[in-house]
Design a protein around this ligand. Structure first.
Ligand code: MD6
Ligand code: FE
Length: 208
């Protein structure tokens, strides 16, 4: 997985975020999508609301001990899908990416699955609902390319942007662990990986 073939493009440093372009080859990407279909069968995609009651443009589901949810009660991790079923286990292929890029023995507790259809975006935010920010957050991009913006740890500072393409992996670690980041737009139709089109982003986190 992302290493068995030997060669990789050089890693990029985008304001402390480690971006690994083309980490997954086409076959690895297709295998991941197949496993994510299994996840979505057990834990269907849903559209979360912000705490203020505004529907988010991204559809979500999750795998692992915890899933991240948002509704009028706030943002939080929950051990169950809104339907009441436990989240399915994180697929082995996803865990292998985490191990390869972090070198950690500790597995992530949550694999959040975000699906961006046409027009979906993700406002600038920090990932800070976890107990210990010493653990990195790993993200895997599948499908259409996305313009990823990264700033510093204060809202309103200077930002830098990079296109994340299918198979790219990004790691928020060290100084960038609490960086503001978001997705400004998706280049719709730029990839044929997903039958329904759009983009899937996985984010892997240690929660507690
Ligand atoms: C996305 N990513 O790529 C949104 N969070 O669709 C995130 O919010 C994110 O890429 C934490 C770490 C890496 C990320
Ligand atoms: Fe995030």
């Amino acid at each position: 997985m992302g290493g068995t073939s030997g060669t990789h493009d050089a890693a990029l440093d985008i304001r402390g975020v480690r971006v690994l372009p083309g980490w997954l080859d086409a076959d690895e990407q297709a295998a991941l999508v197949a496993r994510l279909r299994d996840v979505a069968r057990e834990a269907p995609f849903f559209r979360p609301e912000t705490p203020r009651g505004k529907p988010m443009s991204v559809r979500m589901t999750a795998a692992g001990r915890y899933g991240w949810v948002s509704d009028r009660r706030g943002y939080r991790y929950e051990p169950r899908h809104p339907s009441g079923v436990p989240w399915p286990p994180i697929p082995d292929e996803v865990l292998a990416v985490w191990r390869a890029v972090t070198g950690l023995d500790r597995a992530p507790d949550c694999c959040l699955v975000n699906w961006y259809g046409e027009g979906a975006r993700m406002g600038l935010h920090q990932d800070r609902d976890e107990a210990d920010f010493a653990w990195p957050v790993v993200s895997v991009s599948l499908g259409d390319a996305a313009l990823f913006r990264v700033g510093g740890t204060e809202r309103g500072g200077r930002t830098a942007s990079v296109w994340l393409r299918s198979g790219d992996v990004a790691v928020l670690e060290g100084e960038s662990r609490l960086a503001f980041h978001g997705i400004d737009r998706i280049r719709h139709g730029s990839s044929s990986l997903l039958q329904q089109g759009g983009r899937i982003n996985l984010t892997l986190r240690v929660v507690d």
